[in-house]
Write a protein that binds this ligand. Structure first.
Ligand SMILES: Cc1ncc(COP(=O)(O)O)c(C=O)c1O
Length: 397
């Protein structure tokens, strides 16, 4: 009765079962996977956020495929403000004509996959990375071909593997900048190689920049956005769920850039896709300028949280030798390398059952082998400190 693309294994995995059981048993769980920013004790400007949603202009229905101009202007303004990232004084000039609003990055991905791929066509995706790709690809009948990120004093793209992954059906390359959960940006030198690679094989570039602003090292010089990448057809995805820590508002976008003719052709088709759904509602579009502005009140709180948790993690790691953390350049996550005395799944289940600590096993993010745990650095600090203490105790027991 059902399509093959929905033949997912729907049984709960043993880890989720263990977490559910621990909650049912009434255990006080320390959740080091907390990634919902609305529930980690940040101070939102509630009044400004709610006031933004009440515009009387939303009483008018003005169906615009790309989204209302007022919202797209605010998004263009965000890129203008980000000008200078990457140490270059590029006059950022993201035109409102090249922006399409969507209700989520996921919707943005599905529009772009639909635009580029016939059923069975292929996209290169980083590994380890964001677990949702698999589902997004299944739903659009796209085949994902992973290319490894290699850790050697920092994460690097493996271009020889990417070359081997290209077939006649490859349509594009997905990069996450910075990646979740490795926290690695596309480095300066890699950008040119990536463009050359895409040009050589006639591929589009799909760049997820939801964590772009959460750069830990040198946010002034920072890594530049791809929204102005002109060398190849590029779709840059981002949205309010991370930029303003407002995932519940369901606002995201796709910016198209690249050679002019290709951009015009892509935009024409994207507009038809967006027009078919018209998924943005009016109140939220009128609110976008104010909600984007709210990032100035929330990003520093998150960056402070992430930096403090990272410092606490390093302080506790300094007292032992069994595990290390991998380098993090940006984003909300840290990866711990742990001794492989059992599978990651067995380890995280033991942590839940015996220590009431929840962390994610690396295999959730497609790490190629056991020995990796993923921690959310936006976890409230007290919980993070105690959770790391219990985690390290368990590993040294
Ligand atoms: C890499 C990456 N992209 C996109 C998203 C989600 O964005 P949205 O809420 O706009 O779909 C996440 C959420 O964790 C993410 O990690």
């Amino acid at each position: 009765m059902f399509s093959e693309r929905t033949n997912w294994t729907l049984v709960q995995n043993p880890f989720s079962k263990a977490v559910e059981q621990a909650h049912a048993d009434g255990a006080k769980i320390l959740d080091l996977t907390a990634s919902n920013p609305t529930r980690v004790g940040l101070e939102y400007d509630s009044r400004a956020i709610l006031a933004a949603l009440g515009s009387a202009r939303a009483l008018d229905y003005d169906p615009q495929a790309k989204g209302l101009l007022v919202a797209r202007e605010a998004v263009a303004g965000y890129y203008r403000d980000n000008r200078g990232r990457g140490g270059k004084d590029v006059a950022s000039n993201v035109s409102t004509e090249r922006i399409v609003l969507t209700t989520s990055t996921s919707e943005g991905y599905s529009y772009v996959f639909r635009l580029l791929c016939n059923a069975g066509d292929e996209l290169l995706v980083p590994k380890p990375s964001y677990p949702l790709f698999e589902f997004l690809a299944d739903l659009q009948d796209v085949k994902l071909v992973p290319y490894p990120l290699i850790y050697d004093h920092g994460w690097q793209m493996d271009f020889p593997s990417m070359e081997r992954g290209v077939t006649a059906r490859t349509r594009g390359v997905v990069v996450v900048h910075p990646n979740n959960p490795t926290g690695s940006y596309v480095q300066g030198g890699e950008r040119g190689l990536l463009n050359a690679f895409c040009r050589a094989h006639g591929l589009a570039l799909i760049v997820d920049e939801v964590f772009l602003d959460y750069e830990l090292e040198d946010e002034d010089m920072g890594h530049a956005s791809f929204a102005e990448n002109r060398d190849v057809l590029t779709f840059t995805l981002s949205g309010l769920s991370k930029i303003s820590a407002l995932p519940q508002m369901k606002v995201a976008w796709v910016v198209t850039s690249g050679p002019e003719g290709e951009v015009a052709a892509a935009m024409g088709r994207l507009e038809v896709i967006a027009d078919t759904y018209l998924s943005m509602n009016a109140p939220i579009q009128w609110a976008v300028p104010a909600l984007l502005e709210r990032r100035k009140n929330i990003q520093w709180q998150l960056l402070e949280r992430v930096r403090r948790n990272l410092a606490e993690l390093d302080r506790q790691l300094a007292g032992q030798k069994a595990c290390q953390r991998l380098s993090v350049e940006g984003g909300w996550y840290a990866v711990l390398r742990v001794p492989v005395t059992r599978s990651d799944e067995e380890l995280v289940i033991e942590l839940v059952r015996k220590r009431s600590v929840v962390v994610h096993p690396g295999h959730f993010y497609d790490f190629p082998e056991d020995g990796y745990l993923v921690l959310s650095l936006i976890t409230p600090e007290g919980e993070f400190r105690e959770g790391i203490g219990r985690l390290l105790q368990c590993l040294s027991a």
